[in-house]
Design a protein around this ligand. Structure first.
Ligand code: SF4
Length: 374
């Protein structure tokens, strides 16, 4: 079984922290959708006949698409790929798009999971981020989505804004928990170079929180969500029992996926490829019948390093038996001993997982296990 990702590269306005690929010029949405439909037919052999059990509309802002555009894409998917009987079909949505009419349309189009970009219920934080919605819209769309029968809803939260305190974070988390979503993705604000915040940081006008303050907030998020009955199944992802994001979990479990649309990434078990991150070049190339991508065949070293990087972040951890069996690789026992003594990792049933303190250093710990080429 495999996954399909569709990148919809349009947004109403640029959030100041965001470095995803998108354009605020929506005039070519129709042509872009046609180009993605074309790419779906060209790429129909990519997954080697495996049936899709997850479809994910990401972006950008897929909730900007009209009903007809989503149904066109859904039809193109079914025309080119086998799909399991009950696929998880997720659409990322922003609260200002989710009118009751839009929610009904999304249901009718076959979307059965919503990932809503709430980020905060604090208007001062939303304005600071330059989000297009406010807290009242956020609250209304969640209520409406529940009323209209969406039972599998994920809400995004960003913590670590410069003026955020543990008290304001608690107010936010309480609101998130009150709405009882099945899934919450909680990310620390990270400052990327080519964003408004990145420029502010460079010229010294962005007042970042210290690493210690960010760590305190992350610890608070983990504790509060766990107490509320959410399982942290990946560093940034929390869910009610059984409500993992099947799509994202498949990335972390090395399953195959195809990504279509500008900037989308794909993985076929041996190589990764990524489409050009430029709407104009993407459409021009598809008009000539070619998918514009670059490809990298993964070496054994790449595969081992990626395996550490993705699996260590999850509750299932890194399977040492798998590493031995598939890569004939055993991690350095001295490193393992040291990290265990520091209380950052634990091993049970040949699976290496992060402890709570280790979760604060996930990427650094994964880097400890990385091996060099050659
Ligand atoms: S709506 Fe989402 S994709 Fe668009 S700019 Fe904001 S965070 Fe980025």
């Amino acid at each position: 079984m495999a996954g399909l990702y569709l990148h919809i590269p349009f947004c109403k306005q640029a959030c100041y922290y965001c470095d995803f690929h998108f354009s605020t010029n929506q005039q070519q949405t129709e042509q872009l959708v046609q180009a993605i439909c074309h790419e779906l037919t060209i790429q129909k052999e990519y997954l080697g006949g495996e049936a899709l059990d997850t479809v994910y509309f990401g972006g950008g802002t897929p909730s900007l698409l009209a009903f007809e555009q989503i149904t066109l894409l859904m039809t193109a998917i079914k025309d080119s790929f086998a799909v399991t009987a009950t696929p998880e079909v997720t659409l990322e949505a922003n609260p200002d798009d989710l009118t009751t009419e839009k929610l009904k349309e999304l249901r009718a189009a076959g979307i059965n999971r919503l990932s809503i970009g709430i980020q905060s219920f604090d208007d001062s934080i939303l304005q600071f981020f330059n989000r297009a919605h406010n807290a009242a819209q956020a609250e209304k769309c969640i209520r409406d989505a529940h009323l209209l029968g969406f039972t599998n809803i994920s809400l995004d939260l960003i913590f670590g804004a410069p003026h955020q305190t543990l008290q304001s974070l608690e107010r936010d988390l309480s609101r998130f928990i009150d709405f009882a979503p099945k899934h919450i993705s909680a990310y620390s604000l990270t400052i990327e170079e080519k964003t408004v915040f990145g420029h502010q940081l460079k010229n010294g006008t962005f007042p970042v929180l210290s690493e210690g303050q960010l760590a305190e907030q992350f610890k608070y998020v983990m504790k509060r969500l766990e107490e509320a009955g959410y399982e942290q199944y990946e560093i940034s992802n929390f869910c009610r029992p059984g409500y993992y994001s099947k799509h994202n979990t498949s990335y972390w479990q090395q399953k195959k996926y195809l990504g279509v649309g500008p900037s989308a990434h794909s993985y076929d078990g041996q190589s990764r490829q990524w489409n050009v991150a430029n709407n104009h070049l993407y459409m021009r190339s598809l008009a000539q019948g070619t998918v514009p991508f670059e490809r990298e065949v993964l070496s054994r070293t790449n595969q081992i390093n990626e395996y550490f990087f993705t699996t260590l972040r999850t509750r299932w951890g890194t399977d040492l038996t798998f590493l031995q069996r598939f890569f004939d690789f055993t991690p350095d026992p001295q490193k393992i001993d040291l990290l265990q003594q520091q209380g950052l990792i634990q091993i049970e049933n040949e699976r290496l997982t992060l402890t709570r303190p280790g979760k604060l250093l996930a990427d650094k710990i994964a880097l400890e296990f990385f091996i060099d080429e050659g």
